[in-house]
Design a protein around this ligand. Structure first.
Ligand code: FEO
Length: 396
């Protein structure tokens, strides 16, 4: 992928990683991009870099436009290594460049990449003039690391937003209008759910900061650049960060000998009778990335586990542990499952669901060995109760 001019004298010079499928556990089934940008003026700035191992592609793209030795500034908007791990090594090719980072960004970079290099620390409101163009910095702490910041170019109304508004999506086209919007929005939702779900209030605050800027382009660090569909992605972020539940239920479960699955199937059928849209998701068949995305706007979730060795199945524990970190809000919950001679899983699941922030709206259902007519009746009753709560908190 070659460099692409995205605004006058501003170029995408990053790397499209078509083959990456794992991003610290996030299943990147559509690959990703590490977006770096070159701003050429009387002075030259490189905004972010690429994941280590892809420096040659970055350098090739830069050389299409300038000699890397001419770079004056390397701005590190975010210290996570998918963006920062080539920052310091770039100094070999851009020896006169000054690294620019937020106060916590500078600290993070020194931890990760110790050495004798200088850094210009910038805070919100600070600017660097490149000539006609200005780099203006806005700290966005905890969106999603303490070091995170935006870089804004007022003359072009261009916001370099690092991870915010990004998508793990490899594509041959850099701009939103040249991509399938449905695909881009789906990947943006997956990204938000898995990286930012627990940061709703920080995201809302940052959206208000962004609202004060005139923006005609948002250039994130992953995926496509927003030009024509900025209102759509801003509206989606407002909705996601406010934890607005959709009229949708999930039945997420795993099973040993089919009993918990029979209960899960009965509950799906009962949600259908209640006219509540529902999805049945077996943990062994669905990765955590997809499940977190489904959880983002689910009004309710029923989590099912049989008891194995007096506890939950490991797949159920892994899912709930992941959700404990992502802290869903406005999600109603219930637990269910089967056991043999001694239970344990259902209560443990219910406790972990509470710890993850779900409101246990109805009692759990459990059964010994195989669900019987009484068990199915309880499942239907709990679902009917849950459906009433869902109708109370959602609109069709
Ligand atoms: Fe794309 Fe938080 O790194």
């Amino acid at each position: 992928m070659h460099s692409v001019e995205i605004a006058p004298n501003i170029y995408w010079v990053g790397y499209v990683d078509w083959n990456v499928r794992d991003f610290h556990g996030y299943k990147t089934h559509a690959g990703t991009t590490y977006n770096a940008y070159l701003v050429i003026d009387e002075k030259i700035a490189l905004i972010d870099t690429v994941k280590a191992g892809h420096e040659e592609a970055l350098l090739r793209n830069i050389r299409e436009r300038i000699d890397p030795a001419a770079i004056d500034y390397i701005v590190s908007n975010h210290t996570e290594p998918d963006h920062s791990s080539s920052v310091v090594s770039m100094l070999k090719h851009a020896p006169r460049a000054q690294i620019v980072a937020s106060p916590r960004g500078e600290k993070g970079l020194r931890h990760y990449y110790p050495g004798d290099w200088n850094c210009q620390i910038v805070k919100s409101g600070d600017t660097i003039s490149l000539g006609k163009l200005t780099l203006s910095f806005i700290e966005t702490p905890m969106l999603h690391w303490p070091d995170s910041m935006f870089t804004y170019v007022p003359q072009e109304r261009l916001l370099f937003s690092m991870d915010a508004f990004g998508q793990h999506l490899a594509s041959s086209e850099r701009l939103d209008r040249h991509n399938d919007l449905e695909v881009v929005m789906a990947e943006a939702k997956t990204y938000y759910a898995n990286i930012l779900m627990h940061l709703g209030s920080v995201t809302s605050r940052t959206l208000k900061q962004a609202d004060e800027l005139a923006i005609q382009m948002i250039a994130p660090s992953h995926g496509v650049i927003w030009t024509e569909h900025i209102p759509e992605i801003i509206k989606a972020y407002q909705q996601w960060s406010s934890y607005t539940p959709a009229r949708k239920a999930l039945v997420i479960y795993d099973t040993m000998w089919g009993s918990t699955e029979l209960m899960a199937n009965a509950m799906v059928e009962a949600f259908g009778q209640e006219a509540i849209p529902v999805k049945l998701l077996r943990l062994t068949n669905n990765d955590l990335t997809l499940l977190a995305t489904e959880m983002l706007d689910a009004a309710a979730v029923a989590v099912g586990s049989p008891t194995l060795n007096n506890t939950m199945l490991p797949t159920v524990a892994a899912f709930l542990t992941y959700m404990k970190g992502l802290k869903p809000k406005n999600t109603l919950g219930m637990a269910f499952g089967s056991f043999g001679w001694r239970g344990g899983a259902v209560d443990e699941a219910a406790n972990l669901m509470k710890e993850a922030g779900m409101e246990m709206a109805v009692d759990s259902v459990s059964c010994a060995y195989r669900p019987d007519a009484t068990t199915y009746q309880r499942c239907r009753e709990r679902v009917a109760e849950l459906a009433g709560h869902i109708r109370d908190i959602t609109t069709e």
